[in-house]
Structures are given as structure tokens and as C-alpha cells.
Design a protein. Structure first.
Length: 104
């Protein structure tokens, strides 16, 4: 039996877990899909359209932002969100590869 390599970069592991945590929640996926459909959108439009509480929406957006999956820009008093497609693509590629590896 082959032993697994245990040399793991803890900083990269922490970032990876934040990305997976962000993607693992159904409401965050719904928010990401909504942002994707609109390219860039402000937080008010997100919570009003999805019929969410502002505080809950902000909490989920914070998790997505810390994971690097969304990008923010300020326009006056509004914060606009857009998808970080490069980070999203990298995450999805890694997840697909991992699933392929464990499925055999």
C-alpha cells in the first residue's frame, strides 16, 4: 500500500478550505449565480431580488469576498459585486480533479 504525501502548505490549505466553505453553502451558490447573471450588481439589488435580509446577504458576501470569489468596487455609496472568474475557474478545476481522483 502506498503512503500519502503529508507535506502540506498550511497557508494554501487554509485558503483552500475558505474557498470550499464558501462554495459549499446553497445560499452562497444562489448569490454567485445571481451575480453571474448580472455581471456586476450592488448589494441592495442582491438582497431585494433574492428576498433576503440585508444582514444575512452581507454575511454571505463577506465569506465570498474573503475567499476571493467575488470582487468589489465602490460607486458612490454603493458597493458593486462581480465574480472573480479566474479564482472561480481554478477552484472548479481543482474540485473536478479531486472528484475524478477519488472516484478512480
Amino acid at each position: 500500500m502506498r503512503k500519502a504525501k503529508v507535506n502540506i502548505n498550511s497557508e494554501k490549505l487554509q485558503l483552500s478550505s475558505e474557498i470550499l466553505r464558501a462554495l459549499a453553502h446553497p445560499l452562497r451558490m444562489k448569490i454567485l449565480e445571481f451575480i453571474d447573471k448580472n455581471e456586476t450588481i450592488n448589494v441592495n439589488k442582491i438582497y431585494n431580488t433574492l428576498k433576503l435580509e440585508q444582514s444575512i446577504t452581507s454575511q454571505h458576501l463577506k465569506i465570498l469576498r474573503l475567499a476571493g470569489l467575488v470582487i468589489t468596487s465602490r460607486e458612490g455609496k454603493f458597493i458593486h459585486y462581480s465574480i472573480n472568474y479566474e479564482k472561480m475557474e481554478n477552484a472548479m478545476t481543482a474540485i473536478k480533479k479531486f472528484l475524478e481522483d477519488i472516484e478512480g
